[in-house]
Every structure is written in C-alpha cells, then in structure tokens.
Design a protein around this ligand. Sequence first.
Ligand code: UDP
Length: 334
Amino acid sequence: MPVRSLITGGAGFIGSHLSEALLARGEEVYVLDNLSTGSIVNIDHLKSRPGYHYVLDSVHNNSVVAEMVDRCDIVYHLAAAVGVKLIVEDPVNTIETNVHGTETVLQNASKKGKKVLIASTSEVYGKSEQFPFREDQDVVLGPSSKSRWSYACSKLVDEFLALAYLRQKKLPVVIVRLFNTVGPRQTGRYGMVIPTFVRQALLNEPITVYGDGNQSRSFTYVGDVVWALARLAQAPEAIGQIFNIGSGEEITINELASLIKQMTGSKSEIVHIPYGEAYEEGFEDTGRRVPDISRLVAAIGYKPSWNLRGILERVIEHTASELAETTRAVSIAV
Ligand code: UDP
C-alpha cells in the first residue's frame, strides 16, 4: 500500500514541486488548495497522473480537512499567506490563514494521530544579527504597528502550537524554516525578488531594487527544498525538531540585479525605489538572512545541488518560455 500524503497549499510553487517528488517515489498525493496564491497552471501537468488527487477548498473548511487528513498517512502543511507584498497589503488574511489554518490541520491530525510537517519561515528570525541563524537562537521582531512582522509572528504561533501538540498530545510534528526558495513556477506577483528581476530583465524593463540594495539573501533551489521535506518526513529522529532549510551562498540585492542583467544580456536600467514607495511608509526590511544548516545536514545528509548561477539559469529559461508562450497567445488572439 503506497504512502498517502496530504499537501495543503499543494497548488502553490513549492507544493507543486513537492507533489512531483512524492509521486516520483511512488506515493499517492492528495492536494488541498483554494488557489488564493496557488494556481491551477502549477498542477495542470499532474492532474492526470495516477495517484494524484486534488480538492479546491480552503484549510479553513474543517470538514474537508478532517476528511482528507483521515484518508492520508502524513500531512505537509504548506498552505499559508506568502510574500511580503501580500502580507503588507492584506494583513487580516495573513494572520487568519496562518494561525487558523494551522490550528485546523493540527486539531484534525491530532484526532487521527497523523504526522504533520509544518512549513515555517526564515522570517521568524526577524532583525536578529546573530549570523548564521541557528534554530535555537533568540528571535528579534519589530513592533506590531508594522504589519510585516505579522507574518513572522503568525508563523511563530504555528510553531508554538505544533510543539504544544507534540508535548501535550504526543502528535508527531516536524517544523521546517524555509529560507528564500526559488525556481521555475514561482511568481513575482507577491513581490518575490528573483522572478520579478528575471521578468523585468527579459522584457528590458527597469529592474527595481528596493532600498539601497545592500540587503542580502541566500537563495535555495526548490528541488533541494522538496528533497529535504520528503526526507525529513521519513526520518524518525526529525520528530519534534525545527530545521532551517536554506543555503549559505549570500548575495546582496544590488549584486543580484547586476548578475541577472548580465546573464540575460538585458538592456534594463537598474533603479532604486525607496521602501516606503515599494511597500508602505516605515517599512522595515531584514538586512541580512543566512542560515546555519548543520542540523539539517546531520539529520539527512542535505547537500544543495544547485548554486545561485545554476538556479538563475533555470529560472531565466522557464520565464523566457513563459513570456514566449504569452506573446504567441496574444498574437493568435489579434
Ligand atoms: N526586492 C527588491 N525588488 C523587488 C522585490 C524584492 O529589491 O522587486 C528585495 C526585497 O526588498 C528584499 C529582497 O529583495 O530585500 C528579497 O525579497 P523577497 O520578497 O523575494 O523575499 P523576502 O526575503 O523579503 O521574504
């Protein structure tokens, strides 16, 4: 009997790649997604695959979650409000989706004793300056008057709740903190920097660096992230632990803009936009974000397969073919 995995948020960027990985290792995949930030296009190629099932509904719908949890052996809870832009624009939905959705999943998983892997975020480290970020260090968040921090806070509540279920109800849970994850199918619609820059560069439009561009990030290929998720789900020693999933290769946003411009041969101008204009007045960015991944390496022998250049090559290729497809569709229509 194959393992049956439920992926909430399975039509999202990471969820669709995770579905592919689990199907490839012979599992049955059940996806729950309300398409709020996910897209049917992400799963079009999976719909006819044997062992793939999807339900278009919300993690807030208790009876649907109960039914799907009951049917599956393990839950990958990825459904969440994502993207800093979205969070700033729609804080009510961010908090409610992240807190209430996780509560619904954990309650139902606990009733049936099903293992849950909870996707948290590197955002929880906030403004900490203790680099590289380790899972057990203190977090430093900004004030509640700045809506950006609602994302970190809501995800921390998810982590607390998952660990509380473990301690009090013996529910097997694993928590992962995903660092900036990138790859084909990620959309720039919610502000993510790499799909945004690549698209701008390919269209020869201005590349929009926010702030002074000296802030840095480390980017991880989505294929490496889903490999780690799938392995952690099978590792008994991972239960009750928190893992950073990311890469140590850091780059400033200014350097990233120049690299993408050079790799695409773009004529785009690189422009700087104040944070207040890009997000909201008084917006606070995280200046640097880099993980310590030694815990993940020790648990599952994690080793990223793609460096930043390799990741960018793939994203550029994917975005170029998407743009060519759109141009073709428009020319057929006119
Ligand atoms: N960013 C940028 N231009 C954009 C989009 C994002 O300069 O068009 C910056 C953003 O301000 C942040 C970094 O790129 O400093 C990464 O942003 P993203 O939203 O991808 O992820 P975050 O690390 O903020 O969660």
